[in-house]
Design a protein around this ligand. Sequence first.
Ligand code: 4AD
Ligand code: MG
Length: 477
Amino acid sequence: MKSYSINELIQSPPLKQEVEVNGWVKTFRSNRFIALNDGSTIKNIQCVVDFEQFNENLLKKIATGAALKIKGVLVESLGKGQNVEIQAQEIFVHGEADPDSYPIQPKRHSMEFLREQAHLRIRTNTFAAVMRVRSALSFAIHAYFQKNGFYYFHAPIITGSDAEGAGEMFRVSTLDPKTPPLTENGDVNYKEDFFGKETNLTVSGQLEAEAYAMGLGKVYTFGPTFRAENSNTSRHLAEFWMIEPEMAFYDLKDNMDLAEEFIKNIISYVLENCEEDLEFLEKRLLDEEKTKPMAERGEMALIDRLKFVVDNDFIRITYTEAIEILRNSKPNKKKKFKYQIDEWGADLQSEHERYLVEKHFKCPVILFDYPAKIKAFYMRLNEDGKTVRAMDILFPGIGEIAGGSQREERLDVLKEKIAALGIDEKELWWYLDLRKFGTAIHSGFGLGFERMVQFATGMGNIRDVIPFPRTPQNAEF
Ligand code: 4AD
Ligand code: MG
């Protein structure tokens, strides 16, 4: 007898044949109908039990959460909600789930509660749907780059450089924290540490990707990155995944074109391949939004939002134009923003980004040519001497989903910037070497993977789109 996934049974049912399935009980109704799910699809298979055929003790073990193997004949179903069902002939209980203590019962659980059960929440429809979409997006990302001449590049996780220069890093050390070796000045002597220097978990693979782009041409990273920023928001994780393409001979315009095409492509893939999960997530989101005030509800249902992004050009405006729009905006004039926009040079907060995307343009927006002062040291300085060739991609409901730039390829300009920031040139010697030997214009960007998963699934909190979230004060699992 062949063992099938539930998805196989539903997609191309071997009717009237004996089949075997394994899965977890979603519900067991009237001592007769088992809804079984194995994760292969959002759909359950109904298994019909003739209780006279089975031992009472066995039936008692069948409860929500139990793992079963069921053998039986697959037949057309007359019941509502499914085309086929299994007439159970044999049931084997892999493992029971005591209804008094199994936390995932067939009712609505709050997201907060489920975060405390992160090891079990994958058994809910919502998390299974989100994680299948997450998996599909990962595949689409690799497929896009592999089809388009990019090489997958593995950036190191442990690094000595702070790419973003923000200093929000997790130290990697094997020194004894109680009695670390000290220098003559009383500082910790990292020369005696494992790597003979201070090292951290990477915040971005970009600098290393730049080195590889200057030999392989087009590369991309797709891996975990770490930020020790104390941000308790629905958009920040301490450990998140980032996709960072880096391309030799690309200027900022090429970079923006690539980013837009790439994002549209991976969303299209999900639309085409995750239809049932998206339909489920769309309904979930509508239900959730009903409980919110009108102003906080999305204007479009989930699938329409995704189609809208695929079908429409992203708006592209400079930072300077954005500041003008914001300065003249209603919330700014009425002092409704937490951070008032008065002057050119102000850093944009998430409230400003979301105003531009959700209220003003109602469309994804790429902002470019930011003030040098508010951006990282590696971005290419414009002729005006005060803006850099940076770009941020802003999405409705999300805010910044990707950020990138054309890189400073001129050795002298880069050295000046590094000096102005008080960074020791010696720390970046190899990065500067790239400008000494065969330098060329090049560009890249970083897409926050979880923020993309949030957009694709309509999940409001980033903690609910990664299996085991790491946030301040939280690394339980
Ligand atoms: O804007 P960021 O900091 O850019 C970089 O790291 C560049 N080195 C990228 C590049 O040019 N290669 O981060 C890129 C994206 C953000 O736009 C955001 O989507 C996401 O990464 N991101 C986070 N996602 C979740 N939690 C956090 N704490 C994040 N910080 C950034
Ligand atoms: Mg950024």
